[in-house]
Design a protein around this ligand. Sequence first.
Ligand SMILES: Cc1cc2nc3c(=O)[nH]c(=O)nc-3n(C[C@H](O)[C@H](O)[C@H](O)COP(=O)(O)OP(=O)(O)OC[C@H]3O[C@@H](n4cnc5c(N)ncnc54)[C@H](O)[C@@H]3O)c2cc1C
Ligand SMILES: NC(=O)c1ccc[n+]([C@@H]2O[C@H](COP(=O)([O-])OP(=O)(O)OC[C@H]3O[C@@H](n4cnc5c(N)ncnc54)[C@H](OP(=O)(O)O)[C@@H]3O)[C@@H](O)[C@H]2O)c1
Length: 419
Amino acid sequence: MFSFSEQNNFFGRRCVWVNGPVIVGAGPSGLAISACLKDQGIPFVVIERSDCIASLWQKRTYDRLKLHLPKRFCQLPKVPFPEEYPEYPTKNQFVAYLEEYAKKFDIKPQFNECVQSAKFDEACKLWRVKTVSTAGSVRSETEYICQMLVVATGENAEGVIPEIEGLKEFSGEVIHAKDYKTGVKYAGKNVLVVGCGNSGMEVSLDLANHNAKPSMVMRSSVHVLPREMLGKSTFDLAMMLMAWLPLWIVDRILLIIAWFTLGNLETFGIKRPSLGPLTLKNHHGKTPVLDIGALDKIKSGEITVVPGIKRFTGKTVELVNNEVLNIDSVILATGYFSNVPFWLHEKEFFAENGFPKTPFPNGWKGKGGLYAAGFTRRGLAGASADAVKISKDIGKAWKKELNQKKQKVPTHRRCISTF
Ligand SMILES: Cc1cc2nc3c(=O)[nH]c(=O)nc-3n(C[C@H](O)[C@H](O)[C@H](O)COP(=O)(O)OP(=O)(O)OC[C@H]3O[C@@H](n4cnc5c(N)ncnc54)[C@H](O)[C@@H]3O)c2cc1C
Ligand SMILES: NC(=O)c1ccc[n+]([C@@H]2O[C@H](COP(=O)([O-])OP(=O)(O)OC[C@H]3O[C@@H](n4cnc5c(N)ncnc54)[C@H](OP(=O)(O)O)[C@@H]3O)[C@@H](O)[C@H]2O)c1
């Protein structure tokens, strides 16, 4: 079934006809779709800019990272986590699970190829996906031509580097959280962690565990919830309650339990948003922090919470309350963004922020064979749900196409010969 016809086009670019969908990204979303397609015998090509699967997990996360939801909410379709895995698998366990997953379904991405542009050719009703090689010194280009395109490049494709006065001239080290691995080298150092989402909290915790002196910038507010409540994971409890109660009541319940468990966090400089944690997540995509120890370090003074930044000068930072801190390093835990608008020439389905315009659960299918996987702001559970829906839909289209092929020669075959 897998037919892959290659030719060099007029400009010396390798041209590949893909008999099936092209999937951009070999993260959990791309792997999950690949597995579901393999199961139906549908051919596909996965394009990955890095040299490995799940590059976010393998190359752009810190060592102490663990899944923050129980494992049953994080497994990909068709393969549960090994029984001996703990409730919250480590990053290495998760990567091992994904490697095994790729092996089981014989998923072999085209590594070291970065998609630079993808455009729907209206005349031929085909997608033209152009890539450049990211390995070696010789730049080579490939054009994939296909009827279906699955965007699985992730919500966290690139790190946000904020524009803050003086940051570029700061004389110490400045890195994004995606490049932070461990606090070992920061022992005894004053480190400014910008941002207080899950990354900011966990990097600060790791720094404190390695005897560094982290100051964590909280410029607005954040919901911090315990990872477990009433003997259940907070996520599990929230899901159960949401099946019976409206969102705002579930929010109230979670906040009351959090107050009893964690106490009044305002005392430590942590302001809570006016909207509840689930409402905020649903309407603004802002994830609550699931605490795994940072709060204790804040309470003990090992992590200091500081307000927003005014400017950097030399090796100091001036805060909005006019306080000036001497710092050795800055870690930007300032979040991530989708890179879709930089390469996908399409404005109807994807919004300017690189997420589908239609909200969950309907933002997985566009027009002309375009799909989006892993943009639900619902982590791995959302990625799996997308994969199941997309692969079923592709399966239907594939069967229809096969039936039509039995009757006549498809027009796109004739069209491609003109490239
Ligand atoms: C630090 C951190 C911890 C997280 N922890 C959890 C957690 O515990 N539980 C949870 O559910 N979620 C967690 N998430 C969210 C996480 O992003 C997703 O769960 C998961 O990785 C999404 O998978 P994905 O395949 O959609 O995206 P990704 O994992 O980001 O994979 C996308 C792939 O696309 C590739 N790519 C991007 N652009 C291009 C291009 N132009 N051309 C070719 N390839 C490209 C990337 O290299 C990458 O390999 C975490 C995120 C971060 C940043
Ligand atoms: N498994 C895990 O435990 C784990 C660990 C890490 C991350 N994650 C997931 O990864 C995703 C990304 O998380 P994240 O924490 O990296 O990003 P995030 O949730 O988007 O948080 C970014 C933080 O940076 C702050 N910020 C941005 N620009 C700033 C500026 N100029 N000055 C000061 N502060 C600034 C934001 O403040 P404002 O709120 O004021 O904008 C926010 O606190 C989330 O889905 C998260 O759940 C999971």
